[in-house]
Design a protein around this ligand. Structure first.
Ligand code: ADP
Length: 449
């Protein structure tokens, strides 16, 4: 096992990783930016080092600064969390060549899956269904228009290096498509420094179903069931649940097998997520594989009883998985609401500031993953997520009641949050029936009185 692990992240995920390290009796090293001096991850870690100013390019993305902390503290592994450097193949490579274990898959796999055009190509070869679309990135506009006619409008133009729902544009016709390509290219260049885009058929009202994969470094691969992440705003998830209300046992089995096939096709190791779109006729298509721990991993932890972060650490240390597929049984229902410091009344503008009041819900089956505390000042520089509220109950109806009760108990003052918005989602009749898709917010909530 590792002697010491550096956590190259901030906020709730840094706290989550430090907690897992403590339980494994592994000393932890936190890194932080100048505005994060008072952050919870800094308080909880065994050691903490400032790595630069608030701007993440100079701190949480500053590879030389992070590597020097690893060196001076004698850390023999780095957990990157999600976001920041978690899917940066160059960072993983720097770790590999410095003899510091990167807790995640190899740099080659990160690079392969980070290029969605290459990932699609690999999946086609492996016999995994992908959304009909281009086999290469778009260069020839005439050919693209022809192909769009062939697959049928609407189509969606997506960034090859995409993430976080950025660099995506839907086109209803040929005229739209020309514009969509240009806009998506511009957005992709600005967000990822790579203007490469590709095109897929726009699947109407699909569900976003993803499978959690665990793979050790000895070729053993299992999945931990699925999460339904169809409740999205601007292609970003806001509520997640496991299991999906849309999957019958047979389809779950089949999609799970495909997800394992995806991981095996690239000799994947560590935790990862295979994302699919599921259409109304139960056709499913691979859209991407995320090569890191996901924000929504706790819902899977609740229904499987497996600690995904600890598994990541054990796998990276070279240990074999101690369970096989038959050992994995999904029990009950878990839901997660992402509570953001945003004002839902004012177009979700960020609402940073001091937490004058912060009283969290509790009781059975309630879990809060958060990096904040009463009196903490939320800086404006980073992601607006304040806390994840996760609940578990033995069936969906009870889990919904528990979530509603927990949201009602959550008191935050000093900033605006998305708690009232979550209560609206939870009280929507379609959502309660489990009858929803990725356009739910747009179709079922925004038009509501
Ligand atoms: P990112 O990496 O930016 O999150 P994804 O490829 O995972 O991008 O897609 C994010 C979301 O965008 C999906 O969950 C879905 O809601 C929507 N989306 C992506 N591709 C399609 C498609 N071909 N048809 C319909 N919706 C799509």
């Amino acid at each position: 096992m590792f002697n010491k692990v550096l956590v190259a992240n901030r906020g709730e995920i840094a706290v989550r990783i430090i907690r897992a390290l403590k339980e494994l009796s592994i000393p932890s090293v936190a890194v932080y930016s100048e505005v994060d001096r008072d952050s919870l991850h800094v308080k909880l870690a065994d050691e903490a080092y400032c790595i630069g100013p608030a701007n993440s390019n100079q701190s949480y993305l500053n590879i030389p600064a992070i590597m020097s902390v690893a060196e001076v503290t004698d850390a023999d592994a780095i957990h990157p969390g999600y976001g920041f450097l978690a899917e940066n193949a160059h960072f993983a490579e720097v770790c590999e060549s410095s003899g510091v274990k990167f807790i995640g898959p190899s740099s080659e796999i990160i690079a392969l899956m980070g290029d969605k055009v290459k990932a699609r190509e690999t999946m086609i070869k492996a016999g995994v269904p992908v959304v009909p679309g281009t086999e290469q990135s778009l260069t020839d506009i005439e050919k693209t228009l022809e192909l769009a006619e062939e697959i049928g409008y609407p189509v969606i133009v997506k960034a090859a290096a995409g993430g976080g729902g950025k660099g995506m544009r839907i086109a209803q016709n040929a005229k739209d498509l020309k514009k969509a390509i240009q806009t998506a290219q511009r957005e992709a260049e600005a967000a990822f420094g790579n203007a490469e885009v590709y095109m897929e058929k726009y699947v109407e009202e699909p569900r976003h179903i993803e499978f959690q994969i665990l793979a050790d470094e000895h070729g053993n691969v299992i999945h931990l069931g699925e999460r339904d992440c169809s409740i999205q705003r601007r292609h970003q998830k806001i509520v997640e649940e496991s299991p999906s209300p849309a999957l019958e046992e047979g389809l779950r089995y089949e999609m799970g097998q495909k997800a394992v096939k995806v991981a095996k096709a690239v000799s994947y190791a560590n935790a990862g997520t295979v994302e699919f779109l599921l259409d109304k006729d139960n056709n499913y298509y691979f859209i991407e594989m995320n090569t890191r721990v996901q924000v929504e991993h706790p819902v899977t932890e609740y229904v499987t009883g497996i600690d995904i972060i600890k598994e990541q650490i054990r796998i990276a240390a070279g240990e074999k998985l101690v369970f096989n597929q038959d050992d994995i049984k999904l029990k009950g229902v878990a839901l997660e609401c992402r509570i953001n410091a945003e004002d839902p009344e004012k177009g979700f503008i960020p609402s940073p500031g001091r937490l004058e009041e912060y009283i969290i819900p509790g009781g059975p089956g309630v879990r809060i993953d958060s990096g904040v505390y009463p009196g903490y000042f939320i800086p404006p520089n980073y992601d607006s997520m304040v806390a994840k509220l996760i609940v578990w109950e033995e069936d969906r109806e009870k889990a919904l009641s528990r979530m509603e009760r927990a949201l009602d108990e959550f008191f935050i003052d000093g900033i605006k949050t998305t708690i009232p918005y979550h209560l609206r989602i939870l009280n929507n009749a379609y959502f309660r029936k489990g009858n929803y898709h990725t356009n739910f917010i747009h179709r079922r909530l925004n038009n509501e009185k």
